[in-house]
Design a protein around this ligand. Structure first.
Ligand code: ARG
Ligand code: ASP
Length: 685
């Protein structure tokens, strides 16, 4: 008996060590993980990561533009993030004469840095667990108000974690004067394009550089010529020593959305209902766009960003469903729930919990699905968004002046091709009708389709009889009578209904989420061995792991580092995604690598990207990748395709995040961009 127990304890320890790379931890309670981190090679202390009392690494990490992460790399506000995170800013600053996306951009002095209107950078001032304060009767609104005042901050929220079992206060300062300093040409920053996206081996120089400005008191301020570079309390020191397999790595950033504790019902919905529907519908849209792009260069450029946006999640969902299938997540969760139910059976507060959750899913899923299907079909029609703007803006009593109409046109019909939208809309409406339960289809739409014979014929009528796409400004009489505007108006009720289900995940819809509060409490009582960490919710987190390759298939090991030689092997002027700048070819030809040269497997080359086992997700793009001393060794930008199920189940054997090696960033700045002066500012001697 004793022997058996001992064995079990050993097995548990093995499991815990194997899963040590899993998790996205709250920085202010990282103390609980520090022992494990130190064992893996971390050299600093918990209060070097986060402290309320002194400058810590957290002061060097920001949320960049809402959906990404960035980091300070100099005492003068120099900020690093991904190229794909800076993409829309770079695009906004570009024109036909100055095409910074294609050619890259390097400010050769402070005066040449380009302000990006609307771009913000958000710095976490403080976080605090306020669960007990709220339980003691303090109001959330009061706590927020007081914190903003105390910390001279413009933004504070209280975020529920563990489905609301814990409440954490976050206090932020928002910087609004952010300027572009440098970006490589897309042929480096987006090298490999959609083909290599979510794929290893990877060779993308996915970085761009900005600078944050502040007023004379070093406080956030609106753009002004008088503003000075912001002096962060802390910035990352860059390490050019490089990475070895087995090295400790840590990611400090703002991961967006995971759901690690959901039941089999939720996983089944994702893997077998939602993902297949979304993948099928996006395949149709992507095929139509690609076909048009292949016939015409201007169309290829006009639809490049749209294609990339649609394809990014499309590819991720495929990897995710595949990964969940391979792991047998649904079956495993079912077994887990069976064991839980057996434990809960004699506990009145938990005995019926899984049944209640099951019933809640049955009730909510049809509505959640209807919303997702609507988003992928009706919102996939570009004209719909424009027509719906006319409908709602007018219905809300606004005057649709010529200026307003011009602005809406720019927003909704940007780089628009009527033929593409027409072809997509025919297919999307037909899929919508085929897949949507009849009772959700607006009655006037059903009547109109009956009148025209088929959804496709009805769409043909919309495109033949509308004036919306060609003419503007339109008089009120004309746009109200327009068939596209009328079509959009039919969906007002459906959209209102959808809004009730507009939560991050199915399991966050309140009718379901309320059960998770209890479920999480029960799991913590029952599954004592499990290392619980809160799901990602776009708040600051720490993930740690090691630099490491993985076994991709039987006998096929993917090593942790790629090099310039791999870029040259893919280089092909005929293939848009692989057409590198001539400068890079020349550097390769002359082996003109300078100090960036490394020796690898008997070859001289330049490091480009590396793999590690950190648990990351969307939002972690641009995150600093740190070594054991807290120095910057890379920028996180992606995961391998088969890792993407880590949003639901993390498998330490194959889940890998992809980073651009900081040495490649410096090499490109120095050798390709000619911006070596920035290296000095970063303290790279
Ligand atoms: N897969 C990366 C992340 O999910 C995005 C990379 C952007 N590049 C692209 N080719 N779409 O966001
Ligand atoms: N590429 C993602 C991002 O943009 C990161 C990921 O999903 O791994 O945040």
């Amino acid at each position: 008996m004793i022997k058996k127990l001992f064995l079990c304890a050993l097995a548990c320890i093995t499991f815990a060590t194997a899963a040590a790379d899993e998790g996205m931890w709250l920085p202010n309670s990282i103390k609980g993980r520090i022992k494990a981190m130190r064992k893996m090679g971390f050299k600093l202390k918990a209060d070097d990561i986060y402290s309320d009392d002194k400058a810590s690494l957290k002061d060097a990490v920001v949320q960049f533009g809402g959906g990404c992460t960035g980091e300070f790399i100099s005492p003068e506000g120099l900020l690093l993030t991904n190229h794909h995170c800076g993409y829309s800013s770079i695009q906004k600053l570009s024109s036909v004469e100055h095409d910074y996306l294609t050619d890259g951009f390097w400010a050769m002095s402070r005066a040449e840095e380009l302000p990006v209107p609307g771009l913000t950078v958000t710095l976490l001032v403080k976080m605090e667990d306020v669960t007990s304060r709220i339980a003691a009767g303090e109001s959330e609104a009061e706590i927020i108000k007081e914190a903003k005042k105390k910390h001279n901050a413009d933004k504070a929220n209280i975020e529920p974690i563990y489905y609301g079992n814990q409440k954490v206060l976050y206090v932020y300062r928002t910087f609004r004067d952010v300027r572009l300093v440098g970006a490589p040409p897309s042929s480096i920053g987006k090298f490999g394009g959609d083909t290599d996206n979510w794929v290893w081996p990877r060779h993308t120089g996915d970085f761009s550089i900005f600078r944050v400005y502040a007023n004379a008191d070093n406080e956030p301020a609106e753009y002004s010529e008088e503003n000075m570079p912001y002096r962060p309390a802390r910035h990352f020191k860059v390490s050019v020593k490089g990475v070895e397999e087995g090295d400790f790595t840590m990611i400090y950033g703002f991961p967006g959305n995971t759901q690690e504790y959901v039941t089999a019902d939720a996983v089944e919905y994702v893997a077998e209902v939602s993902n297949p529907m979304k993948i099928a519908l996006r395949t149709i849209r992507l095929d139509i766009i690609s076909e048009a792009q292949s016939k015409d260069v201007a169309t290829r450029i006009a639809y490049a960003a749209k294609h990339a946006n649609i394809a990014n999640a499309w590819k991720k969902w495929q990897g995710e469903s595949l990964g969940l299938g391979k792991l047998g997540t649904i079956e495993k969760k079912k077994e887990y729930e069976k064991a839980f139910a057996a434990w809960a059976a004699d506990k009145p507060q938990y005995a019926n919990l899984l049944d209640s959750m099951h019933a809640a899913y049955d009730e909510v899923i049809p509505h959640y699905f209807a919303r997702e299907l609507f988003n992928e079909t009706i919102l996939g029609m570009e004209f719909f968004n424009y027509a719906y703007w006319f409908h709602t803006y007018d219905a809300n009593g606004h005057k649709l002046t010529a200026d307003k109409q011009a602005e809406a046109r720019r927003t909704y019909l940007n780089d628009y091709r009527k033929e593409i939208d027409h072809a997509i809309s025919r297919r999307m409406l037909s899929e919508y009708i085929a897949r949507m339960p009849k009772e959700n289809v607006p009655a006037p739409l059903a009547t109109a389709i009956e009148k025209h014979g088929t959804p496709e014929a009805f769409v043909d009528h919309l495109f033949a009889d509308t004036r919306l796409l060609e003419e503007y400004p339109l008089t009120r009489e004309k746009y109200l009578a327009d068939p596209m505007v009328q079509f959009a108006g039919w969906f007002a009720d459906a959209l209102a209904q959808n809004r009730k289900y507009a939560y991050r995940n199915l399991s966050n819809v309140p009718a379901i989420e309320k059960w998770y509060r209890t479920y999480m409490q029960a799991l913590r009582e029952w599954d004592e061995e499990r290392a619980f960490y809160p799901d990602a919710n776009f708040t600051l987190r720490v993930a740690y792991g090691t630099v490491t390759g993985y076994e991709n298939a039987d006998g096929e090991y993917h090593t942790h580092l790629t090099t310039l030689d791999g870029i040259i092997a893919k280089d092909n002027p005929e293939i848009y995604d692989y057409d590198i700048p001539q400068a890079l070819r020349d550097i390769y030809k002359n082996k003109d690598y300078g100090r960036w040269a490394i020796e690898l497997n008997g070859k001289t080359s330049v490091p480009v990207c590396f793999l590690a086992s950190n648990h990351t997700t969307g939002g972690n793009s641009g995150s600093p990748v740190l070594n054991g001393k807290g120095e910057l060794i890379g920028i996180n930008f992606d995961r391998t395709w088969r890792s993407t199920m880590s949003d639901i189940e993390f498998d330490p054997a194959i889940c890998r995040n992809i980073s651009v090696d900081i040495r490649y960033v410096l090499f490109v700045m120095d050798r390709v961009g000619g911006a070596g002066y920035l290296l000095k500012e970063m303290g790279v001697e």
